[in-house]
Structures are given as C-alpha cells and as structure tokens.
Design a protein around this ligand. Structure first.
Ligand SMILES: [Mn+2]
Length: 424
C-alpha cells in the first residue's frame, strides 16, 4: 500500500503550527530535549509477522478484513507503519507461519520498505500439517528422544532461514510443562530442555544470540519448564555467552515486580530481548501502555539506567519487539498505539534526573525519589516523540493520518474483507 508524499506533506503542514508551539514550550521547560529527540529518532521496535492480523482467543476470532494474505503483504503493512512513525523499522519472523520461500526476494522487499530482520521465532508449541511426531506432551522436554530431536532440528532450520535473511538472533519460547501434578519429572524435563538448547546453541553463527523466553503458565497450567526469569537465567547462563533471557511483559504471575527483574538481569549482562504488551489479569497481550503506563515507565527507567551502567547501545544491544494480540482493534491502529506508548515511556526514562534520584536514594529521601519519578512521568513529552518522527520523515499524527487516508478501507478493497492472516 503506497502512501504518496503529498498526502504526508499536507498532513504535516496542517499540524505544523500547533506542533511548533508545543515544541517550543517543552524544549524551554525540559533540559536536554534535543538529546532526547535524537535518541528517539534512532530507537526502533520490531513488529512480529503474526501481529498484522486480528487476534483471537480460544473462543473465537473476529476478522476485520484487509488482513495480509502472505509474507509479502505483512512486510508491506509493517513498511506502512514504519513510513508513518519511523520507529517500526524491523520485522520478526515466525517459522513456519511465515516461511520465506524466496529469501533474496523477501530481503529485497524488506529493504525497499526500510526494514531489517529482527529475531527469528521458532514454533514447537503446535503440530504442523504432515509433521511426523506430536508436541502434545512437550518438545525439548519430551520423554521421547525422537520428539526432542525433531524440535532441535526445527530450531536449527529456523536459524538457517534467519542467516539467509540477515537476522542475527533466535527466540525460543517453549510451551513445555505439565498440566497435572505427577505428570512430569521436573529435573528430567529441565535436563532434556537444557541439552536440546545446547544442541541449538551449537548451530548458532558466531555473531548470533539466542533468547530464552519464559512464561509462568499457559498452555500448561501446573508447571512450565521455562517458567520464570530464574529458570530462564539458569538456562542462559549454562548455555554460554551467546544466550540471554528474554522478558515478555505478559509472562509473569500477577503483580510481579518486572522493573526489578529487568534491573538484575541487566546487571548480570543476561537481558537480551524484550517483548512489549500490557495486561490486566494474565498474558492478555493488550496494547502496550493501555493498562499500566506507569509500570511501563518504571521498566523503561530501569532499562535505560541499567543499559547506561553497562555502556550498552539502546538501539542495537537489545532485541525490542511488540508481542501483542488485537482482538477488537484494527491491528495496524493497535500497533501504532503500542509503538507510541513505547516511545513515550522511553522518552520519559531518558528525562529522569539521574543525579537527583541518586542523591535522594543516598539520603533515604523516599518522598523526593517518588517526586522525581512521578514528576517525570507526568511531564507530557509526546511532542518530542512527534518531533523525532517528523525529522525522520514520518507524520505528526500517525493514527489521524491512518483514518483520514482511509487506509484500512483501501486494504479491504485490494485484499478483500474475508482475508485471515496466519498467526495467533
Ligand atoms: Mn513473547
């Protein structure tokens, strides 16, 4: 779907005067606004190939129409998002939902859309048509060696696809676990999983990373073999320097202190990837920042502080991705909202007065520490995010543009109203 330059130009022109007024106000009030804008311009969040369609639950799925019918159209959708916000310049592929049949063609198409390939995602949580052995009782943890081998081989195949596309990381999320007490020998399940991951690790190219994603429960409801950050950390430290823990915001038990988890993993040099979403009750996969924006800010506060303490590059030293599902919203509008929330939380974290916070902590001044964080959170920095977008060639108000240009209607017209994208 092509967006003509004159449409973005006239959109920006119409909003420019008010934008400048707000920008002047905030740059006068905020120290280092220019530095924040530059960091925002560089920051990119990957969009997974399974997030372009309407999501569903086990009860149903209500497609909105115009969904991408193949990988090429998914790349075009992400290219469109990136064109509007200039912050979605990467795609994360899921195998086998989105196998790149012709890698050089897919690579070229992504490049045309200004996208690079983020982490590759394997799938041993479903049985595929024609698959010889079933993952019903787990993949890498399975008591059957042949099933474990099948899961190892699949992950190695995913790495091969990733090499062809120029990706440099593999995310392994296992649904392995048990639904009932007694079903599983925990130690044996761990050992099997570890040796499977070790085989996959051996197949990684020298400059690749492997991310071990954890999840507290679902689809298994009694135990999960990579159930929390401690277990993920055990695997990633036993595997070696190319292995990292991946934090998905929705994969914790209720009220877990995710900002503290992030801080400690960064301290140990073992946080490699991050999946954004939001939730009220479980792994709800809702729009990032829609339920707990303050928590998102607190997490970003630890991310920025922890990465700076290690001298890490905010853009390239972490795999940033949205991992959400869109049950009732237009997926593209939902993704625009998520990216906006992420950029805003990042901007706020960059704006925290580190020295003042450190002083408050050293003096046990609890009130001052809270004031510093909450004053930052309550400062409206949205105009800095918009300015970064504008400078990079995007539009001032992506959602308004999407609606005014009737982009979904155009997609339905060209793709049809009954299309269903592969994915969740
Ligand atoms: Mn995830």
């Amino acid at each position: 779907m092509q967006v003509e330059k004159y449409t973005t130009d006239s959109h920006n022109e119409a909003l420019l005067k008010e934008h400048k007024r707000r920008l002047d106000y905030i740059t006068a009030a905020v120290n280092d606004a220019e530095k924040i804008i530059q960091k925002l311009t560089a920051f990119q969040v990957a969009i997974p190939s399974w997030a372009l369609g309407t999501g569903g639950t086990r009860f149903g799925r209500f497609s909105g129409g115009g969904e991408p019918r193949n990988l090429e159209e998914k790349i075009e959708d992400i290219g469109l998002l990136h064109k509007l916000n200039q912050s979605s310049g990467a795609i994360s592929l899921h195998i086998p939902w989105d196998i790149p049949e012709n890698a050089s063609h897919i690579k070229a198409l992504a490049a045309q859309n200004g996208l690079r390939f983020d982490a590759m995602n394997s799938n041993t949580f479903q049985d595929q048509p024609g698959q010889e052995l079933s993952y019903k009782f787990g993949s890498l943890q399975n008591v059957n060696k042949a099933i474990r081998q099948q899961a190892i081989d699949h992950n190695i195949e995913v790495i091969k696809y990733g090499i062809e596309l120029g990706s440099n990381s593999l995310t392994v999320w296992l649904s392995d676990g048990s639904c009932f007490p007694g079903q599983l020998n925990f130690r044996e399940a761990f050992q099997h999983t570890l040796s499977g991951l070790q085989e996959i690790y051996k197949a990684l190219p020298a400059d690749w990373k492997i991310f071990v994603e954890y999840k507290a429960y679902e689809p298994n409801f009694y135990s999960t073999t990579v159930g929390d950050w401690g277990q993920s950390y055990l695997y990633s430290s036993k595997l070696g320097p190319k292995a990292y823990t991946l934090v998905d915001l929705g994969h914790h038990l209720p009220n877990a202190n995710i900002e503290q988890i992030v801080a400690l993993l960064l301290m140990e040099g073992k946080l490699g990837g991050f999946h954004f979403n939001d939730s009220k009750y479980g792994d709800d996969d809702l729009t990032t920042g829609s339920i707990k924006p303050y928590q998102l800010f607190l997490i970003f506060n630890e991310l920025v502080e922890g990465m700076d303490a290690k001298g890490m590059d905010h853009v390239s030293d972490m795999g940033w991705m949205i991992d959400a599902s869109h049950n009732v919203k237009d997926p593209l509008e939902d993704l625009l909202q998520s990216v906006e929330a992420i950029m805003l939380a990042y901007a706020q974290a960059l704006y925290v007065d580190r020295k003042a916070l450190k002083d408050a902590q050293q003096n046990n001044d609890v009130v001052a520490a809270q004031e510093i964080l909450q004053n930052t959170f309550r400062t409206d920095l949205r105009v800095l995010v918009a300015e970064a977008r504008l400078r990079a060639g995007g539009v001032l108000d992506p959602l308004a543009f999407f609606r005014k240009e009737k982009i979904r209607e155009k997609l339905i017209k060209s793709r049809g109203s009954k299309t269903v994208a592969t994915g969740l």
